[in-house]
Design a binder for this molecule. Structure first.
Ligand code: URA
Length: 241
């Protein structure tokens, strides 16, 4: 049985983990692309993440479409019980088309691993699918333009728990403008779904202390609460069968 220190130790280990680049479908019909934020993306538009990815890779609903290499749609299990929402792709993500593959992503994987959550348990995506230049915070207009894609992802994954990683994820999905320090660790019900705001892993990289009360220590409390909640929900649905 791993001790708490062993598990917290996982938060520090960063492994190199290169991922393959995303491919585009040569049969894609450009006529179907929503090129403006005025064109609605209706619920039920997409049957799979792959279909959505084709649109996202040609999307110009906001100016981020002009500077991206790849749109970053998601990774993990599209039927996962937990959906994790970050802020937006960075350079590594823009170049590979996969979310959270840089240092912050490697730390996120370690945090999940510390409570035995694997890629089968999560689907990871972002509030905006294209990289904001210079890794700046996405604007409200950019988050609004991209929101229908996130709503489609929530519909398709149908997660039991949504982890909102960082203030932009909280603001972009549920519109709560409070600072992440104020609301992290608090279960919030949104549209009948359970959401938990947590620190963004990039913030944890900038705050390496693991002292009691530090951001990393708080993250450790929050991820354990998520694990416990998932176990309870899965036990309840097993009992109902
Ligand atoms: N930070 C994010 O919020 N998302 C990513 O995909 C990578 C870094």
């Amino acid at each position: 049985m791993a001790t708490e220190d062993d598990q917290m130790e996982l938060f520090s280990a960063i492994a190199a983990n290169p991922k393959p680049a995303a491919a585009l479908d040569p049969n894609f019909d450009p006529e179907l692309i929503p090129t403006s934020a005025k064109v609605p993306v209706l619920p039920g538009t997409y049957g799979s993440m792959e279909e959505m990815s084709l649109h996202c890779n040609r999307c110009h609903r906001c100016d981020l479409g002009a500077t991206r290499t790849y749109a970053v749609v998601g990774r993990g299990n599209p039927q996962a019980p937990i959906l994790i929402v970050g802020e937006g792709p960075g350079q590594n993500e823009d170049e590979t088309g996969l979310p959270f593959v840089g240092k912050a992503g490697q730390l996120l994987d370690k945090i999940l691993e510390s409570v035995k959550l694997t890629e089968a348990d999560v689907f990871i995506c972002n509030i905006v699918k294209c990289r904001p230049p210079g890794n700046r915070t996405p604007t409200q207009d950019e988050m609004d333009a991209c929101r229908p894609y996130l709503l489609e992802q929530i519909r398709m994954v149908d997660p039991q728990i949504i982890l909102l990683s960082g203030a932009s994820a909280v603001r972009g999905l549920i519109g709560d403008k409070r600072g992440i320090t104020k609301i992290r660790g608090e279960w919030i019900e949104w549209e009948g779904r359970l959401c938990m705001p947590v620190f963004h892993p990039a913030y944890l990289l900038r705050n390496p202390s693991r002292e009691k009360g530090s951001p990393k220590w708080l993250m450790w409390q929050d991820i354990q609460a998520v694990r416990t909640k998932l176990d309870q929900l899965q036990q309840a649905s097993a009992n109902a069968d």
